[in-house]
Design a protein around this ligand. Structure first.
Ligand code: SF4
Ligand code: SF4
Length: 140
């Protein structure tokens, strides 16, 4: 008897799920996520993002990449804080992304940072990740 009751409840939930589905379309996807978490400033994180974040988090902030970065000789840190700062700070806190006002074009794409990193952190991908995420438009 209990088994039949359980099957019946399961069937009812399944039916309700499919009946509600057409009305939930507007509450799905990236736009819906951004609307829902606008106040917290959260950005959606895909499985691909998570894999990248795991690799970025291998940074232990030794600073070797900064010493090999040409723009840091030319520009003040307010304009280009350097690869170590970007990797350690911005890749971990998506609510901070709207306040990133960096000129990413100052990165010369030389790869010196990655070549000098003792832990193989994909720094250029981190910069691209930050740039792409900070360009996402959020609802007001
Ligand atoms: S690729 Fe960009 S961040 Fe890395 S060392 Fe070169 S200029 Fe600096
Ligand atoms: S060299 Fe690598 S481990 Fe060191 S601060 Fe830069 S990204 Fe982090």
């Amino acid at each position: 008897m209990a088994w039949i009751y359980a099957q019946w409840v399961f069937f009812l939930h399944l039916l309700l799920h499919f009946l509600k589905w057409p009305f939930q379309k507007g509450n799905r996807g990236v736009d819906a996520f951004l609307r829902r978490y606008a106040e917290e400033g959260l950005l959606p994180t895909s499985t691909v993002d998570k894999n990248w974040l795991a690799r970025f988090s291998q940074c232990f902030n030794c600073g070797y990449c900064d010493s090999a970065c040409p723009p840091l000789i030319q520009w003040p840190r307010e304009r280009f804080p350097g690869p170590s700062y970007l990797v350690t700070t911005y890749t971990r806190s998506t609510p901070d992304f709207p306040w990133i006002h960096l000129d990413f074009s100052l990165c010369e794409g030389c790869s010196n940072c990655e070549a000098s990193c003792p832990n193989g952190v994909p720094i250029k991908e981190a910069l691209e990740f930050i740039e792409a995420k900070s360009a996402i438009e959020r609802p007001a």
